[in-house]
Design a binder for this molecule. Structure first.
Ligand SMILES: Nc1ncnc2c1ncn2[C@@H]1O[C@H](COP(=O)(O)OP(=O)(O)OP(=O)(O)O)[C@@H](O)[C@H]1O
Ligand SMILES: [Mg+2]
Length: 275
């Protein structure tokens, strides 16, 4: 479980302090799929960087499975538990052959070469890129490169995987592919997923959605409570789902359906209930 209590963080730029997090409290149980939404600059990246020790709290606590990120020898332990994938795959790939890139993390763990080979193969297979194992990463598409970055994180066998806008540079097809892979990881391998995104549709199948605003958690809840509430989303400049917008327009024109419709299937069901 990830437990964050009263977390504050300020960036120091010259002699100015930029308060990015202003008292965050949250608990993420193991096995959940959690999505963070919120306007630009609301603190999403700053928050998740605390969870694998890339940033240290100005005040407050970040505890992962009982390990406090503040303790001296804890960063190494936490990084083995919590993997991280960023927006731009080019900044995350270090080697010039895909399989070597994925082996990089496990090699630093000092594992035997047979264990490393095993982990590389497993990660390539989980991300469905076995056929690119001998490729030079720069020859791959953006989506394929992002899969290499995810495979690199998975080779460390993390219990928690944080993805900070992993699909924002990708085409819709690659975006769907990556979403499917992370949902499979969550379901079949019990990896806890923390996904930061600007795409509201990526949050539909989450267990919980957090909306950040100006360094605070503005609200959280299940997808229907958060994404299904159009006035809440507009308050935080979050684009509503197409079906939720459509439902709101239909209600405005006098059609009596639920306003918290999230998917096409739910819309069809609602419409079929009309006389
Ligand atoms: N390295 C930095 N130095 C100074 N200020 C920073 C730095 N990184 C972020 N900030 C500031 O901290 C606040 C939170 O930024 P953060 O990047 O966490 O937001 P975000 O929600 O991830 O935004 P986005 O959706 O644009 O990625 C913003 O005011 C931002 O300008
Ligand atoms: Mg960010």
């Amino acid at each position: 479980m990830i437990k964050i209590s009263d977390l504050y963080y300020a960036y120091k730029v010259k002699n100015k302090h930029i308060e990015a997090l202003k008292g965050i409290d949250l608990e993420i149980p193991k096995g959940e799929f959690v999505v963070f939404l919120g306007p630009n600059g609301s603190g999403k990246s700053t928050l998740v960087k605390h969870i694998n020790g890339l940033l240290t709290p100005s005040a407050g606590e970040v505890v992962v499975d009982g390990i406090n990120a503040k303790e001296d020898d804890s960063i190494w332990k936490i990084r083995q538990k919590v993997g991280m994938v960023f927006q731009n795959p080019d900044n995350q790939i270090v080697a010039n052959v895909v399989e070597n890139d994925i082996a990089f993390g496990p090699e630093n763990l000092g594992l035997s070469s047979s264990e490393i080979k095993e982990r590389v193969k497993k990660s390539l297979s989980l991300t469905k890129i076995l056929e690119y194992s001998k490729y030079e990463p720069h020859l791959l598409s953006g989506g394929q490169k992002q899969l290499v970055a995810i495979a690199g994180a998975l080779a460390m066998e993390p219990e928690y995987l944080i993805l900070d806008e992993p699909t924002s540079m990708l085409d819709p097809l690659s975006r769907r592919k990556i979403l499917k892979i992370i949902h499979d990881l969550n379901k079949n391998h019990k990896t806890t997923i923390l996904l930061v995104t600007h795409f509201t549709d990526e949050a539909v199948n989450a267990d919980r959605v957090y909306i950040l605003d100006a360094g605070r958690i503005a609200c959280y809840g299940e997808p229907r409570e958060t994404l299904g509430n159009i006035s809440l989303l507009s308050k935080f400049q979050i684009k509503p789902l197409a079906m939720t917008s459509l439902a709101a327009s239909l209600v405005k024109s006098g059609i009596d359906i639920s306003t918290s419709v999230l998917t096409v299937d739910e819309m069809v069901e609602e419409l079929c209930l009309l006389n």
